[in-house]
Design a protein around this ligand. Sequence first.
Ligand SMILES: CC(C)(COP(=O)(O)OP(=O)(O)OC[C@H]1O[C@@H](n2cnc3c(N)ncnc32)[C@H](O)[C@@H]1OP(=O)(O)O)[C@@H](O)C(=O)NCCC(=O)NCCS
Length: 189
Amino acid sequence: MSPRPRRALRLPLETDRLRLRELTTADEADFVALYGDGRITRHLLYGPADAEGARQQLGRALRHQRAERRDSWELGVELAASGRLVGACDLTLHAKDEAEIGYLLAHGSWGRGYGTEIAVALAQAAFGQLGVERVLSTVEIHNNRSLRVLDKAGLRWEGTLRRYARARRRWWDVHLYTVTREDWLTARS
Ligand SMILES: CC(C)(COP(=O)(O)OP(=O)(O)OC[C@H]1O[C@@H](n2cnc3c(N)ncnc32)[C@H](O)[C@@H]1OP(=O)(O)O)[C@@H](O)C(=O)NCCC(=O)NCCS
């Protein structure tokens, strides 16, 4: 079997108001603050829920940047105008030409459309740069704000995955949202 081709993502990803860029060690305090806020982590199935966990996650993300064959990108989200870090997001390449997206924002930055801007930028990069056939996201069933973000970004409900995973001492039910390359291109033409 021939080796999986290397896929590269040209960074940063720029949107009207945001820059999605590689994390750096200088982000530690902001990164820890994001994951230390229970309003942000409440619906998050994976990821740290305390400062030490956040530091470890940042360390893993930085090490991953140096991987020769990279299949996931954990990025900082900064305001283009000021360079202030207001969130984090990730893009993970799965086998069979499929990418998964995720995002979070500092509480003070909610409700301005940034979440939707991030989701669109990640999906666009997955289709445009990585050439995937399908983009997906899984969202805890009570995370209405994020469900709305995915809907606005053009992903559609494909099903509910009950008892999808056990994390943080409980079982999680999630909605699966997806969009195919064909639907994405049609919606944007
Ligand atoms: C999810 C998150 C990124 C959304 O970011 P955001 O910038 O506030 O999102 P947007 O402003 O683009 O859109 C939010 C939409 O949800 C709507 N909304 C807000 N609260 C809502 C609620 N309780 N129920 C339903 N919709 C809601 C808003 O009205 C808006 O839709 P509209 O533009 O049609 O009015 C942000 O809330 C967050 O970081 N949450 C914590 C982390 C998280 O849950 N990440 C997602 C994991 S899957």
